[in-house]
Write a protein that binds this ligand. Structure first.
Ligand SMILES: [Fe+2]
Ligand SMILES: [Fe+2]
Length: 359
């Protein structure tokens, strides 16, 4: 990336600008080469929804939290059970708010990458589809921004998520943008949205998350429908280059998630009156008891269940990078069961509220 970074900071406005080397592609063959994109584009048009029509006047009652302690992994951990009720509630409110801020910032990243794919991808129908993804992502930013404003607790973007999306935007190759966003970041997001949807009983957030998930399932499908045949037609050296990018991007995520607490999460602990060292020791104890390994029923492990199968299915894990993944402790899971269940048909449910949902 040609990193000419310009940061503009005022009291309440913060923006950052840098230059990239992104390719731009015109195409005067308007037919497109991947038939399945027509179906995906049609479904994207038919399933547009207006975030403004959700029930924004829903009161959010602090005594009926967004995620109840008993629906959280933390509620099962011995150190957490020893905290006072106020500490537990404050922690749940702020850790949930911190995650919602990541949804918001991540959606902005997706808005930027989707527009970039519309520029760079040579296939006309893929340009059409990327344009629908761009409006989807704008709507997701709108919805999460409005929700974060409503709960009035803001957290900054975690550094590793920013680094991962910047690495994706900083490439000059639309395939790498699609690997970084449509396979890796959106795999992460689809798992996180699914888990939020299962955990929360707050009706407005449930309806936002449900509708966003329908869109995201299409975005993940786009990564596969377009990239799989494109990757299959590449010279082995080019495929190896993409496979290396996929590994590097996953490594940013794995390192970031295992690096411990970032400044935002330290703030969550501080306002909850939890000592960071006690928290880490409590998490270690929970890991040793097997509590963090077992996901509650219906919850998804994004890396194992969505990202790795998507990369394998598209031919983006080579024998060389398989060894690299295993070297950093990431099993190369090729089981498509969860990924396929999250894709395709789910996005056809043209409803605006979770009561009609069959997720
Ligand atoms: Fe999105
Ligand atoms: Fe998306």
């Amino acid at each position: 990336m040609a990193a000419v970074v310009k940061e503009n900071q005022a009291d309440t406005v913060h923006s950052e600008t840098y230059e990239t080397l992104m390719q731009v592609s015109w195409n005067f063959d308007y037919q497109g080469q991947v038939a399945k994109l027509d179906d995906l584009y049609n479904r994207a048009k038919e399933n547009q929804w207006n975030a403004a029509e959700l029930a924004w006047d829903t009161p959010i009652d602090p005594s009926n939290p967004i995620i109840a302690v008993e629906h959280s992994q933390y509620g099962k951990m011995p150190f957490f059970q020893k905290l006072s009720e106020t500490q537990q509630q404050t922690f749940m409110a702020h850790s949930t708010a911190q995650m919602l801020s990541q949804f918001l910032h991540g959606e902005q990243g997706a808005l930027l990458t989707a527009a970039t794919v519309a520029h760079g991808v040579p296939d006309m129908k893929a340009k059409y589809y990327a344009a629908t993804q761009t409006i989807d992502e704008a709507r997701h930013v709108e919805a999460y921004d409005r929700y974060v404003e409503k709960i009035a607790i803001h957290y900054p973007m975690v550094p590793w998520l920013k680094e991962l999306i910047d690495a994706t935007l900083g490439t000059n190759n639309f395939c790498k943008v699609m690997i970084g966003m449509n396979m890796i970041v959106e795999g992460l997001a689809l798992g996180a949205f699914n888990n939020m949807y299962k955990q929360t009983e707050e009706p407005l957030l449930k309806s936002i998350t449900f509708n966003v998930m329908r869109d995201e399932s299409r975005h993940v499908s786009f990564g596969h429908v377009y990239l799989a045949p494109t990757v299959a037609a590449l010279h082995p050296d080019e495929r190896e280059d993409l496979a290396q990018f996929a590994f590097d991007a996953v490594q940013i995520l794995v390192k970031g998630q295992s690096a411990g607490t970032d400044a935002g999460f330290l703030k969550v602990l501080e306002v909850s009156g939890i000592d960071p060292q006690d928290f880490m020791a409590g998490m270690q104890e929970a890991a040793e008891l097997g509590i963090t390994r077992e996901l509650p029923p219906g919850q998804i492990h994004s890396l194992n269940d969505l990202m790795m199968p998507a990369l394998v299915r598209a031919g983006l894990v080579t024998p060389r990078t398989k060894a690299l993944f295993e070297g950093i402790g990431v099993p190369v899971n090729a089981d498509l069961t969860v990924l396929e269940a999250m894709e395709d048909g789910k996005s056809d449910l043209n409803v605006l509220n979770a009561e009609k949902a069959v997720y």
